[in-house]
Design a binder for this molecule. Structure first.
Ligand code: NAP
Length: 243
């Protein structure tokens, strides 16, 4: 029997690229997110490419009652999940309205974490299954341009590390993915970006990491070295920089 992948935040162009790749190799899919029409188009495409089925289900990080129906839809095949959900309001808007912090943290950390808490026992019961959590290089160090989003992603990274520690005991695995800049809806119109990767590159790197059972990846790979340098800058210098 084929394996099942739940793609959470399936309207992300990274998720869409990954869905197509999974469909081509014959995996079944649940596409979860807010825009049912957009996901229905992706689902139809995936079934044409070879997915035994591609089901569309509602998921809203801010509405936890949307989580359990996805778990209830699982059959006894091995289940994997990749979480792409996240939101990055402009930091200046958050500075003007601190109320925006809550939603950013729910979208980028606590909503996905609550969903994964429901999924974890399913992986444990099957003794197999992979969770991919998409974080960000922004979570590696707080900076003036996006420190609330970065803080939410740092929280998500730490959560994923703990979940990996938990699921490894029962045969599950967790991959933390830290993309650098990618060419998607989230970054549309943002100035000053460099080394921007296509979403297909991120998706291909994720699948390679799953295959190799990697724990934490940067995508593209060179962000590991960029972040090594950025993390090494002493705080007394870093606090005056605008990178
Ligand atoms: N693009 C980059 O340079 C970059 C860099 C590092 C990390 N990332 C991360 O990569 C992931 C994918 O982002 P992307 O670049 O592909 O941008 P995106 O198109 O904006 O994707 C974000 C996804 O999160 C979903 N989402 C946001 N709030 C939600 C909520 N409350 N409930 C359910 N879904 C929600 C969006 O759904 P809707 O379509 O319904 O809004 C969309 O599917 C995100 O976690 C992002 O933080 C991106």
């Amino acid at each position: 029997m084929s394996e099942l992948w739940i793609l959470v935040g399936a309207t992300s162009s990274m998720a869409r690229a990954m869905a197509r790749m999974l469909a081509t190799r014959g995996d079944a899919l649940i596409l979860a997110g807010r825009d049912m029409q957009d996901m229905a188009t992706t689902a139809a495409d995936c079934e044409l490419r070879g997915a035994p089925f591609a089901r569309v289900m509602a998921f809203d990080a801010r509405q936890p009652d949307t989580f359990q129906p996805i778990i209830d839809a699982l059959d006894d095949r091995i289940v994997n999940a990749a979480v792409f959900v996240g939101s990055m309001p402009d930091q200046a808007e958050i500075d003007a309205d601190p109320g925006l912090i809550d939603g950013t943290v729910i979208d980028s950390f606590s909503g996905p974490a609550r969903f994964l808490q429901l999924l974890a026992p399913e992986i444990e019961a099957r003794g197999a299954g992979v969770v991919v959590g998409v974080g960000s290089v922004a979570g590696d160090r707080g900076r003036v341009g996006n420190y609330v989003y970065g803080a939410a992603k740092a929280g998500f990274h730490t959560y994923l590390s703990g979940l990996r520690n938990r699921l490894t005991r029962s045969g599950g695995h967790v991959v933390t993915v830290k993309p650098g800049f990618a060419d998607t809806a989230m970054t549309w119109g943002i100035e000053g970006m460099f080394l921007v990767a296509p979403p297909e590159k991120v998706a291909a790197d994720i699948l390679k990491a799953v295959e190799k059972k990697r724990d934490v990846i940067y995508t593209p790979f060179f962000w590991r070295y960029i972040m090594l340098i950025i993390r090494a800058i002493p705080e007394r210098i870093f606090k005056k920089m605008s990178i």
